[in-house]
Design a protein around this ligand. Sequence first.
Ligand code: HEM
Ligand SMILES: Nc1nc2c(c(=O)[nH]1)N[C@H]1C(S)=C(S)[C@@H](COP(=O)(O)O)O[C@H]1N2
Ligand SMILES: [Mo]
Length: 334
Amino acid sequence: MSRRLTNLLLLPFLVSAFVTGWMAFATGTGWVRLPLIIHAISGLVIVVLIPWKSVIVRRGLARNRGQASTSSMLMLMVGIAILSGLLFSVAGIRSYGPLTAMQVHVGAGVLSLPLAVAHVWQRPVRPTRVDVERRNLLRIGGVLGVSGISYLALTGGTRLFRLPGHERRATGSYARGSGNPSAMPVTSWLDDSTPRIDPSEWRLVASHADDVTTYQLEDLAVFTDEVTAILDCTGGWFSEQTWGGVWLNRLVDIGNGSSVLVTSATGYRRRFPIGDSDRLLLATTLGGEPLSPGHGFPVRLVAPGRRGFWWVKWVQSIEIDDRPWWWQSPFPLT
Ligand code: HEM
Ligand SMILES: Nc1nc2c(c(=O)[nH]1)N[C@H]1C(S)=C(S)[C@@H](COP(=O)(O)O)O[C@H]1N2
Ligand SMILES: [Mo]
């Protein structure tokens, strides 16, 4: 590997790890393995390039140009992301003190991207046609091959030696308290906290244009719809539980609306395609008992097949309208 080629390869694979990480977070079922395989291999490419990069780093430090702080921070963040990713996926290390492994991993990954952009800005390497000549393509293929084989060895070894990582779902998450609601974690996306809700004052407003219906908690008690579903939090755990309540499309006429916006008493909200409305449960019970405040009392959304951040807690309104469901931030902002 030439120095030039090493430098040229690092950035795209860092970006690839970043993008595929978020793609995996956006995916609940099915195809989630594909972005995660590309994710792991992208991270491993960076590891495979370490011997060549460390020569470059040593030379750079020797003639220190005063730009070492961005570079050191970048190395630290990428190092933390890769190490915490591997320790989570293989050894089952799920927390560091008060932080979850995923908070550390994604945090380091998110910080590394602007650092990488600043780093490359300070010492640009412009790709040219010579970089894609045959000899270099073979080298790139070699690096990818070694990374792919390392990935197979890691996943195979994890399974073979029954390391903690082999118990995970396709999303990479570990089981927590399935069938046992009291052992299921209470969590939030970023900084939402459990609101104090008086059940006698609480109302659910269901609307479709001028057609507005208001429900009290006892109005919902007559429904006995039920679903057993897996809540798969992007924090690295999942839990399968049985939820009781009412299918969303029984509370509001979906007519020819395009999407349904579900809003929490805290302001947290997600918009869903209208076709989901017969599969979205407004749950009032978990394991046959009323919801606890932390799990969303009095009513929380259950969105089977979608990642945890779609499962809006403390629901206060459902609104059908003509906006496309994707007219929202791909991930909640609070
Ligand atoms: C940009 C720097 C990043 C690097 C270098 C990186 C690298 C890695 C590596 C090497 C693993 C272990 C994979 C394995 O052995 O299977 C991993 C796991 C994981 N990463 Fe990242 N990652 C980065 C950012 C992110 C971000 C931003 C997210 C989410 C938004 C994310 C989500 C995940 C998840 C869910 C896993 C566990 C799933 C699995 O192991 O298949 N990563 N990462
Ligand atoms: N109002 C509100 N609902 C929310 C969240 C939030 O921060 N605010 N977090 C979501 C996330 S990320 C997950 S994983 C689940 C967690 O549900 P639980 O606390 O019942 O386990 O709630 C979802 N619903
Ligand atoms: Mo979550």
